[in-house]
Design a protein around this ligand. Structure first.
Ligand code: PHE
Length: 493
């Protein structure tokens, strides 16, 4: 935002709340309990904590140090590190933008469910209702030519809310919204968890979290799942921490901040999953099903399993139902604005656009792309976007950042930046983690991701992935080649 004064957080608290808001999202509310459920429950916590400390926090620290040191946008930072690296910046930002386009759609589905949950119109078969009445899903790709109006309206609404927030000044927009939504989110989660614990059968569920299956620890997939969850949940590799840290005023305690954010994010998901597991325990008791038969994989499950639970819950579901979906809505919005901030910052710096103009352009393009998900083939295409971008492209982005900052850039400068004002210091171990351990783990996860993505691939999904790959190659080159509005872009760093 070169035209305007450089943005800066008005306090460290605003920064921390915005960071926690960016991290706490669908990943915490739905994905974490689901991953926990399918990976040895109790014993999953060990790989999870190891991944959090060893990899998650280490990587967040890299982004904090880089953002704080350069105090500018990702594409410009990479240009500064080495001119040839600018396309890598646009590549990462494009992945983030594409992830946002479908993330908005899932939050849009959620918006529909906030309203539906008051009357529970989904009836006795929420699964069928979700695919037939909400998504109007078709099995074939030809469904792409039928628009589903309700989904389209909710997607446009979410983009509009996002635009309202991000076009405003940093503290007035993102800062204020995080200050309001995050405490509200916490209150709602506390209410849901306390209520869930009073349900009959709750202990069948939450005891699972504290009953380890030690065999799971020897399973490499469980470790990869734990690491994958940390990448997703802390939004690693999306340049969010980097962008937010670039707005920090001087003398920031970077390491202390990173620890607060990471612990709050994990604390949130573990606490929340006590509620989700209790609710599943209640469902197991009410339906007579075995606990492990209740859930199968899938992102749409929040809209299937929970309506089923609310059906058997009685009158209290009239309050808990809307609260649950509201919780996802708030968590989703604070993540969307964070995902877009880095994208907007790079565009506005390079082309010297105002914050408002950038936000408007990005949101309009966003609406156009997200509209694909508001068609009969929408949820199928969304699944392909999700698998490709999360299992494959995003991990590549994390790996790229490790290589650029761990190997190409002088890493010791980052150690100095971090330790300058922080009470807790980092040392050489951190360097080893970023240079060697983290890349090895990412490659492991990446191979696993590529394998599952390709194994589950069919001609349609492979075509969509090929198109995405081409877009991910061409668009960053175009953005790099486009001349910056002012020559200073390349000089004043
Ligand atoms: N970490 C956030 C979440 O858990 C944000 C996020 C968005 C992560 C998109 C990955 C992809 O939902």
């Amino acid at each position: 935002m070169t035209k305007e004064k450089k943005s800066e957080w008005n306090s460290n608290i605003t920064f921390i709340l915005a960071m926690i808001g960016s991290a706490v999202g669908l990943g915490n509310i739905w994905r974490f309990p689901n991953v926990l459920y399918s990976n040895g429950e109790g014993s999953f916590m060990i790989p999870y904590i190891v991944s959090l400390f060893l990899l998650g926090i280490s990587f967040v620290l890299v982004e904090y140090a880089v953002g704080y040191k350069f105090k500018t946008s990702l594409s410009k930072i990479l240009f500064k590190v080495q001119q040839k690296l600018e396309p890598a910046g646009w590549f990462i930002l494009l992945i983030v933008f594409l992830i946002t386009t479908y993330y908005v759609c899932v939050v849009g589905w959620d918006l529909i469910y906030v309203i539906l949950s008051f009357t529970k119109v989904w009836g006795s078969n929420p699964d069928l209702f979700f695919s037939n009445n909400v998504l109007h899903s078709t099995d074939s790709i030809t469904g792409i030519f039928t628009i589903v109006p309700t989904v389209l309206i909710s997607i446009i609404s979410i983009w509009f809310i996002t635009w309202l927030i991000i076009q405003r000044d940093l503290n007035e927009g993102i800062g204020k919204v995080s200050r309001v939504l995050l405490p509200l989110l916490c209150i709602i989660v506390v209410v849901i968890v306390i209520f869930s614990l009073t349900l009959p059968g709750a202990s069948i569920g939450y005891m699972q979290i504290f009953t380890p299956d030690w065999n799971a620890l020897t399973n490499l997939n469980v470790w990869l799942a734990a690491f994958g969850q940390i990448v997703f949940s802390l939004s690693l590799g999306m340049a969010i921490a980097l962008t937010y840290a670039s707005y920090l005023p001087d003398k920031a305690k970077l390491v202390d901040n990173a620890l607060i954010v990471a612990f709050s994010n994990s604390g949130f998901e573990v606490f929340n999953s006590i509620g989700i597991f209790s609710i599943l325990g209640f469902m197991a008791l009410s339906t007579g099903l075995n606990f492990n038969q209740l859930v199968t994989e899938g992102s749409g499950l929040a809209f299937i399993v929970f309506p089923q639970v609310f059906n058997i819950m009685g009158p209290s579901s009239q309050i808990i139902g809307p609260l649950f979906f509201l919780c996802i809505l708030f968590a989703g919005i604070t993540s969307i604005i964070a995902l877009l901030e880095g994208v907007c910052y790079s565009i506005s710096e390079k082309f010297d656009f105002s914050r408002k103009k950038t936000a408007t352009i990005v949101c309009i393009v966003g609406v156009l792309i997200s509209s694909i998900f508001a068609t009969g083939a929408g949820s199928m295409i969304l699944g392909v976007f999700d698998a490709f971008l999360n299992n494959f492209a995003l991990l590549f982005a994390v790996l790229l950042e490790c290589i650029i900052f761990g190997w190409i850039y002088d890493f010791d400068k980052l150690i100095d930046t971090l330790n300058e004002y922080s009470r807790i210091k980092v040392g050489k171990t951190w360097k080893t983690v970023i240079k060697f351990i983290l890349p090895i783990c990412i490659i492991g996860l990446w191979i696993q991701g590529v394998y599952t993505t390709l194994k589950d691939g069919n001609p349609v999904s492979l075509t969509i992935m090929t198109i995405l790959t081409i877009v991910l190659i061409i668009v960053p080159i175009i953005f790099t080649k486009l001349p910056a509005k002012s020559k200073n872009y390349y000089e004043d760093i």
